[in-house]
Design a protein around this ligand. Structure first.
Ligand SMILES: Nc1ncnc2c1ncn2[C@@H]1O[C@H](COP(=O)(O)OP(=O)(O)OP(=O)(O)O)[C@@H](O)[C@H]1O
Length: 625
């Protein structure tokens, strides 16, 4: 047997000889490995059939082998097929070197290169009547999937057989790569669309000609349009975009997120929208993305960010006195009801803590608790603060506190500071359950329970300076919170409670001795619980002692207690008078000598304050700090 001269063929022969392979052996069946081939086979076959049709010289058969060299498909000239079959060559026969000896298919897979063998190049006799030209087929990641071969008779070798299998294998590889890229792109798009449909934000991609290219499902619920029928149509034929959006789309400009009004099939709808133009690498305009977010979700976000939650419950309110029990009864009744609540009481008595406890004990506990102090906002800004501002083309809109409190409670402090017009607007919101933003006309439904406080509201109503109908609405429930001086031993309970809290806060144990507690109990506390809180905090802060005594109290409180301490049998009336005089002096000083403010601090009218000042012979000068 002559040995071939081409090195890979020579090496193959040497291996066959070393293995002791019998050149007269018959073809063997191999294990077919079709993993990764099932859909590829059809692809290869169709391109092979094309190849075969195009050829001027039929007279060959195209053979496809798996990665082990086993024949998994054959197509072509029927005469050659018949001859091949005579030699036992057909589906399932292995061309692996171990069983079929040297041949182009095995070498192509082994060397990962195109290869050609003919006649005597073949080690086994059953292949020697044929010529084989084979090329490996590579997957997109470079793995050999199998081989493509042209089988012809040895003496009728096709001149371009090798060129054809190389070109076909290459074309096939490119097709696989393109298919892989397409699949990857499709997968990415599927992921992207799935993501778009799960996010809370609605997205509309508008093409360069204003057509809707893509829109997420969320858009349907935000704008009330049919997503399926809208896709592909001009945006303006589906829904008329608000002017700010239309302008951004037309000018290919960015619009930062702002609230705009869409005229939807179900009416005007406020939506937080933004527009972003999209450009490709060569700065070609591809379209714009419109983002849509329901105002409600932004509202919830704001509530989370600003911490619109009520922290206190009824359990946090310290007090056992009859006057406090009565206030708690009123408050619990109000919590169980539905109407607005008016909290009455001097400054610092704990109105806000009551408002929070009522909110938390009510069915609205899960909703927001929003606090607005009308006295703390300049009157001209109260409108926008409470009712919000309607957006214009130039200025974005924003919700007011009434909208933000939707589903919860709006705690409105110092409502007496509202102008008559503001009172009217508030009344309308409470009566209609709708708010109209400043500068707008669109009614926005709001479901808010209002808890208010205000100074001398009854008097203002009498004087015609506060709307009687609003007062009636706001006072469906009234809770009277007593001043601290009327709470007896509650002062001691509160002082001990606060000292415990301060001990924790400052990380050291502090206590008040009985005399100090007695002094605190007697003092009239014009600034109520807040004043007690401030006094105790200052004492703990400025004193390193663990037991605080009368001498550690602020002089005004310590001095005030002197008559009680020295008197053997202090007469009650006298004590009360002394307390009252002291309270008036302190309130007057705290108010900087302004009688109106001092009266307010004491929770009495100006006229009563005058009367008491005359009685205790207090002049205005005494009140100057
Ligand atoms: N009964 C109470 N038990 C415990 N702490 C209280 C009690 N009442 C009031 N406080 C505390 O006293 C301080 C003042 O209370 P709050 O702010 O509720 O008073 P207010 O009546 O709303 O005051 P203002 O009228 O000045 O707004 C708060 O720190 C509050 O936690």
């Amino acid at each position: 047997m002559a040995t071939p001269s081409i090195p890979p063929i020579q090496r193959s022969w040497a291996r066959c000889q070393a293995r002791g392979l019998d050149p007269t052996c018959a073809p063997q069946t191999g294990m077919i490995n079709l993993s990764g081939w099932s859909h590829l086979q059809a692809l290869v076959r169709s391109s092979i059939e094309d190849l075969y049709q195009l050829s001027d010289h039929p007279g060959f058969v195209v053979v496809i082998c798996d990665d082990q060299g086993t024949i998994i498909d054959m197509a072509g000239d029927s005469a050659i097929m018949a001859q091949a079959q005579q030699y036992g060559i057909g589906y399932g026969i292995t061309l692996a070197e171990e069983y079929a000896g040297t041949n182009a298919v095995d070498l192509a897979l082994r060397e990962a290169l195109p290869c050609q063998t003919a006649g005597d190049d073949h080690y086994c006799q059953w292949l020697q009547s044929f010529a084989l030209a084979a090329a490996p087929i590579f997957s997109p990641d470079g793995r050999a999937l199998g081989a493509l071969a042209i089988l012809s008779l040895a003496e009728e070798r096709h001149p371009y057989a090798l060129g054809m299998v190389i070109a076909a294998a290459q074309a096939f590889h490119s097709q696989l790569r393109a298919e892989r890229l397409l699949n990857e792109a499709n997968d990415q798009l599927t992921e992207l669309y799935a993501t778009l449909d799960t996010i809370n934000e609605g997205l509309i991609f508008v093409g360069p000609n204003g057509e809707i290219r893509r829109l997420s499902r969320r858009v349907a619920s935000i704008l009330g349009i049919n997503v399926r029928s809208a896709a592909g149509r001009p945006l303006t034929s589906v829904i008329s975009p608000p002017p700010a959006i239309a302008a951004a789309l037309q000018q290919l400009s960015t619009l930062e997120e702002q609230e705009v009004i869409w005229q939807t099939p179900t009416g005007a709808q406020a939506v937080i929208c933004g527009v972003r133009p999209v450009w490709d690498r060569s700065r070609r305009y591809l379209g714009s993305v419109i983002t849509l977010r329901p105002t409600e979700s932004v509202r919830q976000l704001v509530q989370q960010v600003v911490g619109a939650r009520a922290a206190f419950t009824f359990r946090d309110i310290v007090g056992q006195s009859e006057s406090m029990r009565q206030a708690m009864r009123q408050a619990r009744l109000a919590a169980a009801g539905r109407g607005a609540i008016l909290l009455r009481g001097e400054a610092g008595v704990g109105k806000e803590i009551f408002a929070q406890a009522i909110h938390n004990a009510s069915s609205r506990a899960g909703g927001p608790f929003i606090r607005v102090s009308c006295a703390a906002i300049p009157r001209q800004l109260i409108d926008s603060e409470l009712f919000g501002v309607e957006g214009t083309d130039r200025q974005p809109g924003r919700p007011g506190k009434l909208e933000l409190a939707h589903g919860g409670v709006l705690y409105l402090e110092a409502i007496d500071a509202l102008s008559f017009d503001q009172q009217t607007s508030l009344l309308r919101v409470i009566e209609m359950g709708r708010v109209i933003r400043t500068g707008g006309a669109r009614p926005i439904p709001v479901d808010v329970r209002v808890i208010t406080t205000g100074h001398g509201l009854e008097q203002l109503v009498e004087e015609g300076r506060f709307r009687a109908d609003l007062y009636a609405r706001l006072s469906a429930f009234v809770v009277d919170i007593p001043p601290l001086r009327q709470r007896g031993d509650d002062i001691i309970l509160l002082a001990n409670h606060m000292i415990r809290r301060l001990s924790e806060q400052f990380g050291r144990q502090v206590a008040l001795d009985p005399d100090a507690l007695a002094a605190l109990r007697t003092y009239p506390w014009p600034g109520n619980v807040r004043e007690l809180e401030v006094v105790l905090e200052q004492m703990v802060q400025t004193n390193a002692k663990s037991v605080l005594t009368v001498s550690d109290l602020p002089p005004a409180i310590a001095r005030h207690t002197t008559p009680l301490l020295i008197s053997d049998s202090p007469r009650l009336a006298e004590t009360q008078e002394l307390s009252e005089r002291d309270a008036i002096l302190r309130a007057g000083r705290a108010a900087g000598g302004r009688l109106g403010r001092a009266a307010a601090l004491l929770g009495i009218s100006r006229a009563t304050l005058w009367r008491k000042m005359t009685r205790y012979r207090i002049s205005r000068e005494d009140m100057v700090p």
